[in-house]
Design a protein around this ligand. Structure first.
Ligand code: GAP
Length: 508
């Protein structure tokens, strides 16, 4: 992970936010290369899920919404994290994360014979089914969180499990002593719930009537605009609405670089369908999402897996939920959530707004509240997965050195082509080639340093092709040399054929 963070910071993918002022915790700026890479991911997603499908439309709703939206969606009442203060060192933690850390540390330490380690190891190697394990554990009255030890991710627990866990944490911290990760003392205050929505005020007054939230997800904009879209877009159910945009959550434990941040971007789809068709469509969306990652972006299939939520992990309104998890350097984590949310959201908005959110089917002459399948992915989290997946090193020099090659798919790469004059005398011709190519592709021009160093610099930022301008080929034959990032092979191509050459390569 450190190598990826270093590359991102040193080559202009991601900078610390407000760096010259010492930064602002967990804020990141997407630099010249990062902003292009992010834009490419977003455009490929729009091309795949909107442009190429007759049943999808795009939306760009406001970040600030009427606060009633968040009452209806359940975010005002339920969107909160369990927090606990250490009374000794005054640090504040997410209670569930303390337990995760505790378990993980003990699991790593094989020599440990503590209660936690012994029990965790036993469970870890058990081959019993989930239900058998669960019954066994419940009968022995062991803490409920061990049930999920094969996930080790309390974030993926259902609300009910979180509540049970919190109750047990209260007992556990008294009985077994859960040490503070900062000072090691066992001196905890009561666990409190902390709402994750950022608040701000609209207009000149700052009283509660002017209070608005920064949206914690883009999805609600789609639900709220559902009647407008039905009225204006002449789409029949099943159809979907896609949206890309910023979301804000006052996460207590942001971290792992851009994996979990307080300001991030989401790409969400709400796919509206007839009740009863939802499970089949959920299965179809699972395939379509995985196909986007494995084929459109060419992420390594060994780093991707489905995780279907167990029945007791599902929200009460959900018929099915699956995560696509990615194997980040710090473990398997959710990348894309694909949820069958039934008619929960539209119904909730209908009750709160008193507006009709139902759909009239002109063929069947029936009116109903559609069900919805929600594939939701973090664009910035996908950015991290893409960087991790493409990161590679190759031997460099004779003393066991190595250099980085970012093996991004050409469509994803921020810079597609680098134009490199071999010597300064060739600059004029090289600039001509640059202007010709940059009308069609993101092209960079670089005239400084040895040609080998320049190739290495462009390999490091994932540029698939370098176009070299030299005396023999270019000035005499009007040809250039194309050097390929992944094979380092070179071929000569006529300048007049270059645009078509790259167009074909990018569409293949
Ligand atoms: N509308 C459903 C929803 O927002 P979620 O599981 O909370 O569901 C969906 O978020 C996706 O958004 C996640 O799978 C993840 O990729 C991304 N995401 C959520 N919180 C994030 C955060 N704090 N930082 C970066 N990405 C985040």
């Amino acid at each position: 992970m450190k190598h990826i963070v270093d590359l991102a910071k040193n080559r202009g993918f991601v900078f610390q936010g407000s760096e010259i002022y010492g930064g602002l915790a967990n804020t990141w700026d997407y630099g010249p290369l990062g902003s292009l890479l992010k834009e490419n991911l977003k455009n490929l997603w729009i091309r795949e899920f909107v442009q190429r499908r007759p049943d999808m439309v795009l939306l760009d709703a406001a970040i600030l919404m009427n606060p009633q939206v968040w009452v209806a969606s359940g975010h005002v009442g339920g969107f909160s994290d369990p927090l606990v203060d250490c009374k000794s060192c005054k640090q504040r933690f997410r209670a569930d994360k303390i337990i995760d850390g505790l378990i993980e540390n003990h699991l790593k330490d094989d020599s440990s014979d503590s209660y936690y380690a012994t029990r965790a190891r036993e469970l870890w190697v058990e081959t019993l089914s989930y239900d058998e394990r669960k019954n066994d554990l419940l009968n022995k009255q062991l803490p409920i969180y061990w049930i999920n030890v094969n996930n080790l991710i309390s974030e993926s627990w259902s609300a009910e499990m979180q509540v049970k866990f919190l109750e047990e944490f209260e007992v556990l911290k008294e009985e077994r002593g859960v040490p503070c990760p900062n000072c090691g003392e066992c001196n905890w205050a009561e666990i409190k719930k902390f709402n994750l929505m950022f608040k701000t005020s609209q207009g000149v007054t700052e009283d509660s009537s002017a209070m608005v939230y920064l949206r914690p997800e883009t999805a609600q904009g789609i639900f709220v605009d559902f009647p407008n879209i039905v009225r204006t877009c002449r789409r029949r159910i099943p159809f979907g609405v896609a949206q890309v945009g910023k979301a804000f959550r006052n996460e207590i434990t942001p971290g792992n670089f851009i994996f979990r941040t307080r300001e991030f971007e989401q790409m969400e789809i709400e796919y509206f369908c007839e009740p009863g068709t939802d499970l089949e469509l959920h299965a179809k969306w699972k395939k379509d999402c995985m196909n986007f990652l494995q084929n459109t972006l060419s992420l390594n299939s060994e780093n991707l897996r489905f995780r279907d939520h167990d029945a007791d992990e599902l929200s009460f309104y959900s018929n099915a939920t699956t995560d696509i998890e990615y194997k980040f350097p710090f473990g398997w984590w959710e990348l894309w959530g694909i949820a069958d949310r039934t008619d929960f959201d539209l119904k909730a908005h209908m009750t709160e707004s008193k507006q009709d959110m139902s759909y009239f089917d002109p063929v069947k002459n029936t009116k109903f509240i559609p069900y919805v399948i929600e594939p939701s992915i973090g664009l910035t989290r996908l950015f991290l997965a893409t960087l991790c997946d493409a990161y590679d090193t190759v031997p460099d020099g004779e003393e066991g050195g190595e250099r980085i090659v970012l093996r991004l798919k050409p469509e994803v790469a921020p810079v597609k082509i680098a134009v490199l004059p071999l010597v300064k005398k060739l600059n004029e011709k090289a600039e001509e080639v640059f202007h010709m190519l940059s009308k069609h592709f993101m092209t960079w021009y670089d005239e400084t340093g040895s040609i080998g160093k320049r190739y290495a610099r462009f390999d490091e930022i994932g540029t698939p092709w370098c176009v070299t301008i030299d005396f023999d080929n270019t000035l005499e034959k009007n040809m250039v040399t194309i050097r390929h990032r992944d094979t380092a092979e070179q071929e000569t191509v006529a300048i007049e054929a270059l645009v078509e050459y790259f167009q074909t390569a990018l569409n293949s």
